[in-house]
Structures are given as structure tokens and as C-alpha cells.
Design a binder for this molecule. Structure first.
Ligand code: UDP
Ligand code: MG
Length: 151
């Protein structure tokens, strides 16, 4: 389908802290459509590919250690402008600088434990969706209340 999609992942801190429902609800209430969802403990290979752009950064190893340390909730959300909007709902990378009302602004303190990942553009969204999901795991479906949303 041609509708815009983004990849979001609740990191192991978000899962361990019992924030999965809270976070899913924010995207549902906003009006985006969930088209794929699974929980997995990522392999090192997957984590290293996902964060490949950061491989020369000093925090890379610790980031990969952390993201592979427990279950992650991987998701694909769909809707008009969802890539940029999800980044806004997530808030700044540094939780202490993230605005109140954003996920990181409300629920996190530490940059290394900032609860959620979101694709930062169209190219990264399609790369990350393909990295984490098989095509068959992505569901094409219509919201039954489309008339209320002007989808
Ligand atoms: N990160 C970190 N230390 C840093 C910068 C980033 O631990 O100094 C982690 C942080 O968890 C962040 C992730 O690496 O979410 C990816 O960094 P990026 O700059 O892409 O931030 P994001 O896109 O997640 O806001
Ligand atoms: Mg990023």
C-alpha cells in the first residue's frame, strides 16, 4: 500500500518498566493505524544493522548490549505524516530536553534508557521495516471508522 509507514520499537527499558500499554495507547489515540506488532529479543546482528549508522560512535557497543538485553516490542504504524509525527510524539533523544507531553519527556530521564525508537525519515523507515519484519507480517486493513478520521 502507498500509505506512509514508520518503524517504532519499545526498547527493553520500556518493556521492563511496564510501559508497553501506555506507549501503544498514545499512537492509537493519536489516530494512527497499527499494521504489525511483535515482541522479540533482538540478535546482535539485527541490533548492529539497525544502529549501523552509529557504529563508529563511542556509545555503539553499550547501545547494542542494551537493545539485545531483553524483549523489544517492534511495531509498524501507518498514517498520513506518521514518520515525522511519531518522532514528535516520542520527543528529543535526550529525555531531559524532551518536552513534557512527549513519551521521552514524560517517561524517561537517561539518554541510554530513552524507552522507544522511531524511524527518522522515509528511507530509514523502509530500511527498518524491512530489517525487522517479513512482508507477510505487515497487515493491510481498513479502519472501520475511516469516515470519522477522513483517512
Ligand atoms: N544514544 C546514547 N548516547 C548518545 C547518543 C545516543 O546512548 O550519546 C542512544 C540513545 O538510546 C538513542 C540511540 O542511541 O536513542 C540512537 O541515537 P539517535 O541519535 O539516532 O537518537 P534517536 O533517533 O533514538 O532519537
Ligand atoms: Mg535515530
Amino acid at each position: 500500500m502507498s500509505a506512509e509507514r514508520t518503524f517504532l520499537a519499545i526498547k527493553p527499558d520500556g518493556v521492563q518498566r511496564g510501559l508497553v500499554g501506555e506507549i501503544l495507547g498514545r499512537f492509537e489515540r493519536k489516530g494512527f493505524k497499527l499494521v504489525a506488532l511483535k515482541q522479540l529479543i533482538p540478535s546482535r546482528e539485527l541490533a548492529e544493522q539497525h544502529y549501523g549508522v552509529h557504529k563508529e560512535r563511542p556509545f555503539f557497543r553499550g547501545l547494542v548490549d542494551f537493545i539485545t538485553s531483553g524483549p523489544v516490542v517492534a511495531m509498524v504504524w501507518e498514517g498520513e505524516g506518521v514518520i515525522a509525527s511519531a518522532r514528535k510524539l516520542i520527543g528529543s533523544t535526550k529525555p531531559l530536553e524532551a518536552e513534557p507531553g512527549t513519551i521521552r519527556g514524560d517517561l524517561a530521564v537517561n539518554i541510554g534508557r530513552n524507552v522507544i525508537h522511531g524511524s527518522d525519515g522515509h528511507e530509514t523507515a523502509s530500511f527498518e521495516i524491512g530489517l525487522w519484519f517479513d512482508i507477510a507480517e505487515l497487515n493491510d486493513w481498513s479502519l472501520s471508522d475511516n469516515a470519522w478520521r477522513i483517512e
